[in-house]
Ligand binder design. Structure first.
Ligand SMILES: [Fe+2]
Length: 254
């Protein structure tokens, strides 16, 4: 399995705090069947800044450490970029690192709202040849209250990544329910861990795929896993998966 969102790089954000933490996360990932992880430290979120070059250096160092410890896991470079008005400018300046240097950029919304300029930014990113992937929309309170907004963002060209722990119920019943509804509505494209550690914010990727398997069948699991592979290869992702949809009824918008 490939995990496209994690905070495994040590000492640079609120994820792994030490190399020992990162090694423990790597071992836990391998135990779940994960072979490749994109490291996506926070960037421009008001607390942490991790520009492109520094992430690439940290990824190199962690891969070296994994080799030394004989852990069969490969780390690829990425970022979780908080959306901000100058994102395009910062991309042009070489500050923004798309996931494993493809066209896909993992973007994070604030927790409690969707800034007004988000639609325009999604449009502008696509003009630059980039594809925004919205991280964990199921945890954003404005989208929970107004799911039609998520439908609009996807129709405008954004992809979405649901967090495995949300699907596994670790953030409570409501977030799990909303995650399932997003999948039902065909508005989810990727599943990833957003793991920060091995205790309170662990991987739960296997568990999430088990839930998806039970609710939507193996075709859905295949599409999500294949999308992670396609992403790493820089190819176009499946936006639709015949057979995945249990019901087309979603918040009355279909
Ligand atoms: Fe994250």
């Amino acid at each position: 399995m490939i995990d496209i969102h994690s905070h495994i790089l040590p000492s640079i954000d609120d994820g792994a705090q030490t190399l020992a933490d990162a090694i423990a996360m790597a071992k836990a990932a391998v135990a779940e069947g994960i072979t490749t992880i994109i490291a996506t430290p926070h960037h421009r979120n008001g607390t942490f800044d991790n520009d492109k070059q520094s992430v690439i250096q940290h990824v190199y160092a962690l891969n070296e450490a994994l080799r030394t410890h004989r852990i069969p896991l490969s780390i690829l470079p990425g970022q979780e970029v908080r959306i901000h008005g100058e994102l395009i400018e910062h991309y042009r300046d070489g500050d923004i690192l798309p996931l494993t240097e493809t066209k896909y950029v993992l973007v994070e919304l604030p927790n409690n709202h969707v800034p007004r300029y988000t639609d325009q930014l999604i449009f502008d990113m696509q003009l630059q040849g980039l594809v925004p992937i919205i991280a964990h929309p199921e945890r954003n309170s404005e989208l929970i209250e107004n799911p039609n907004k998520l439908y609009d963002l996807v129709k405008k060209g954004a992809l979405t990544q649901l967090t495995a722990a949300s699907i596994a119920g670790k953030f409570g019943k409501n977030i799990k329910k909303f995650s399932i509804q997003i999948i039902e509505a065909n508005l989810a494209h990727l599943i990833a861990s957003d793991a920060h550690n091995i205790t309170t914010r662990a991987f739960h990727l296997r568990e999430a795929y088990d839930v998806i398997q039970k609710q939507f069948g193996s075709q859905a699991v295949y599409v999500f896993q294949e999308n992670a592979e396609l992403l790493v290869a820089g190819e176009t992702l499946y936006k639709d998966a015949p057979g995945r949809i249990k019901t087309k009824k979603f918040f009355g918008i279909f």
